[in-house]
Design a protein around this ligand. Structure first.
Ligand code: BGC
Length: 743
């Protein structure tokens, strides 16, 4: 910036010091040696009141009138302030790739990762980071600079429609993976959010649900996932959720937005609302909401300049609070690197081939082999007649619906519009163009590989009888804005699987589901592969695993129940007397008229596997579980107590194939309660190779929230190491001195 312009700026800001300014240093906000907060504060001092108010509310491009010339269809847009170098915020959903729901940008494709649960199942933060870095690179090249990624709500309910976007049921695993993914996104000098803060644990009635849970239970579960992810990933922004928490809307909860996020965690970025989640001006602003997103989806534009000014006039909002809101927005923008590295204004080329490899690596590492009786898998490449059934496996793999929907490279070979339900306006049942049929043919060129769609179970069974082996693709579609109404596979697929398995005992079931499904046919089916929504290279990844070119190594980040009645809430809780679909819609109405409806999370911090342990029940497949084509032995476990309890264990690949093992350490404290995952490591081992792995308990797994702070209770802890939460049987008790935990 030349000196004259700098002087003009300072004059405008009313802070010009003396006439000698021409020789002085550039303005403080350009000094990259200063802390982001200090630079942001300097910028705020240079802004006019009107400029500040421009930043605290954002447009929803599909509805914004008039539409700014450089706005493209996406989730959000906040005009910048060019004279100060403040970039226009161009927001895109990006949980699994740069989203393009219902193809709002015609022809704009992006690389689609597998679902979040697949990433979590890798237990490998480096893969989460690689996925985030890939998405961030594509977003930047597409001119987006604020990504609505980083969903880390815990899986409390197996039927939650958005489980596929999230990272499972354990706060330390989910928080660690989310932190790595956010860090990956932001390595591109753009902002990632983390969402949805907090307890948006179901989609049914998400705008009216009032989540109730004890303070300690929340700190040790959902909040812990956010705390870990925020500290590790330093997201520029936090998105507050639709629901209420203990009576207050999440975007109006001073307890969450101010006490927890700011006072306890020292968070310095900004809080943006979810789309249609704002219900007030004064309460929201004074509780800690810094920016209203997608304003056209709210009942009124609560953070519109004239509305805020009226509240200032009335003495209900202070100018200092406006400065704080803007400082926080700019801190996120500066700390992520966006201010110093503005995004391009026109689309840049993208290396989709390289990015597809990232999607494939995550899919391969995240698929979980659930069952493999008689070592049916891997399939012999010499098989002569292989029959594929169902799931549109001739053309592609299923994806999850809602704001995370990516229009993937290759397009959507199957796309089914919805005729009803809360997601109908913005979701279609969409397949990515990654054909398992083609990929399997490529692996077994000498075999006759055929496909039937499975719509006629008798015909499918007859075809199965004539085949050497069968791969049956079972699907369950899930979407934002709706929960799945049953954990059973839909569309009579259970009957199809039973008929086919009876006709041909060499049947492999590949599950493309949003989360756990019930498996009444399990005993009749020798092999089951959980492929999740496997993303844009899912077909190739499935084929690689089925034929043994890839050794499966994914581990469940969520427990699979035997039956729905094992769960704390067997099916979606529907608000009495309320149309659950309408209540799920974003912007369903004004806070003053929406009824509040309580859901009490009585399981508290005992989410997922801890719930089964607390109840003494056995799930169908436990958290942490996953088979391999090789076998791993654990020996010589040496447990150590003290302030940082740990185990060193020898893990050995006892088979003839290379593979990855994930030893997991679980701890149970002196005060009782279910064991908690405290550490894990993904370890690659060649055939016959052994490694010593040391797992040191994460202090978050030891600490309890008591009287407003974290304390590690002194006493005897049981440490257990193993290959999943249910079979961690190498165990010992150790003494831990305990004490308060300083953040
Ligand atoms: C979702 C958010 C999303 C936003 C913008 C909301 O309906 O809950 O996850 O980022 O829409 O698309």
């Amino acid at each position: 910036m030349n000196a004259a312009r700098a002087l003009a700026l300072l004059l405008l800001a009313g802070t010009a010091p003396a006439a000698s300014y021409a020789q002085s240093a550039p303005p403080a906000w350009q000094d990259s040696k200063l802390a982001p907060e200090a630079r942001a504060a300097a910028l705020v001092r240079a802004m006019t009141h009107a400029e500040k108010l421009k930043l605290v509310h954002g447009l929803f491009p599909p509805r914004a009138q008039p539409a700014p010339a450089d706005m493209i269809p996406s989730a959000g847009y906040v005009p910048g302030i060019p004279r100060l170098g403040i970039p226009t915020l161009r927001e895109s959903d990006a949980s699994l790739g740069v989203a393009n729901q219902v193809e709002q940008r015609k022809g704009d494709v992006a690389t689609a990762l597998p679902s979040g649960l697949a990433t979590a199942a890798t237990f490998d933060p480096e893969l989460a980071r690689a996925g985030g870095a890939m998405i961030g690179a594509e977003a930047r090249a597409k001119t987006f600079n604020v990504l609505l990624a980083g969903g880390v709500n815990l899986t409390r309910d197996a039927w939650n429609g958005r489980n596929f976007e999230y990272l499972g049921e354990d706060p330390i695993l989910a928080g660690t993976m989310a932190g790595a993914a956010i860090d990956g996104v932001q390595s591109n000098h753009i902002v990632s959010t983390i969402k949805h803060f907090i307890l948006n644990a179901q989609e049914t009635g998400r705008t009216v649900l009032n989540a109730r849970i004890g303070d300690a239970a929340l700190r040790e579960s959902d909040l812990l996932a956010f705390e870990i992810a925020i500290k590790a990933g330093k997201p520029g922004s936090v998105m507050c959720a639709y629901n209420r928490i203990e009576g207050d809307y999440a975007c109006e909860s001073a307890r969450m937005l101010t006490d927890v996020l700011r006072r306890d965690w020292g968070y310095t970025g900004w809080v943006m609302s979810d789309w249609g989640a704002v219900h007030s001006t004064v309460k929201a602003a004074m509780s800690g909401l810094d920016q209203e997103s997608g304003q056209e989806l709210d009942h009124a534009i609560y953070f519109a300049p004239e509305t805020i000014d009226a509240a200032i006039q009335a003495g209900q909002i202070t100018e200092a609070r406006i400065d704080q809101m803007v400082t926080r927005i700019l801190t996120g923008v500066i700390a992520s690197g966006l201010y110093d590295h503005p995004t391009p204004t026109t689309a840049q080329p993208i290396d989709y081939a390289a990015h597809a490899q990232v999607a494939q690596r995550v899919a391969e590492a995240g698929m979980v082999l659930l069952r493999n009786q008689g070592d049916l898998l891997p399939l012999a490449k010499s098989a002569k007649k292989i029959l594929l059934i169902g799931g549109h496996a001739d053309v592609g793999v299923l994806s999850g619906g809602g704001s995370s929907q990516v229009r993937s490279v290759g397009g959507a070979p199957v796309e089914i519009p919805l005729t009803k339900g809360a997601a109908a306006s913005f979701a279609r049942v969409t397949w990515h163009a990654s054909s398992p049929l083609q990929a399997i043919r490529a692996k077994a060129p000498q075999a006759q590989v055929t496909y039937v769609d499975g719509s006629d179970p008798a015909a499918a069974a007859a075809a199965a009888r004539a085949a050497d082996m069968v791969v049956l693709f079972a699907t369950q579609w899930a979407t934002e804005a709706q929960d799945v109404d049953s954990l059973a596979l839909p569309d009579k697929q259970d009957a199809l699987i039973a008929a086919v398995a009876k006709a041909n005992p060499k049947t492999v079931v590949v599950l493309e589901t949003g989360g756990p499904v019930l498996m009444p046919w399990l005993e009749q089916v020798p092999a089951v592969l959980q492929a999740w929504y496997p993303g844009q290279r899912g077909g190739e990844a499935i084929a690689g695993i089925l034929f043994g070119d890839v050794n499966p190594s994914g581990h469940l980040p969520i427990s699979f129940p035997r039956s729905a009645d094992q769960l704390p809430r067997p099916k979606p809780v529907v608000p009495a007397g309320l149309d659950s679909n309408a209540a799920s819609d974003a912007g369903a109405g004004d806070g003053s008229v929406l009824p509040s409806w309580d859901v009490t999370y009585s399981e508290g911090a005992d989410v997922g596997y801890r719930w089964y342990a607390a109840k003494g029940t056995q799930p169908l497949f436990p958290f942490g579980y996953g088979l391999s084509y090789t076998r791993f032995g654990f020996s010589d476990a040496r447990f150590t107590g003290g302030a940082a309890p740990s185990v060193t264990v020898t893990v050995r690949n006892q088979g003839v194939r290379a593979g990855a093992v994930v030893p997991q350490l679980y701890v149970a404290g002196p005060e009782g309660g279910a064991p908690r995952l405290a550490a894990w490591k993904r370890q690659w081992l060649k055939p016959g190779e052994a490694a010593q792995v040391t797992l040191t308990a994460d202090r978050h797994a030891l600490a309890r929230w008591k009287n407003g702070g974290w304390v590690i209770p002194a006493g005897t802890y049981r440490l257990a190491v193993g290959q999943d939460s249910a079979s961690a049987t190498m165990a010992r008790e150790v003494a831990v001195p305990g004490g308060a935990v300083r953040e």
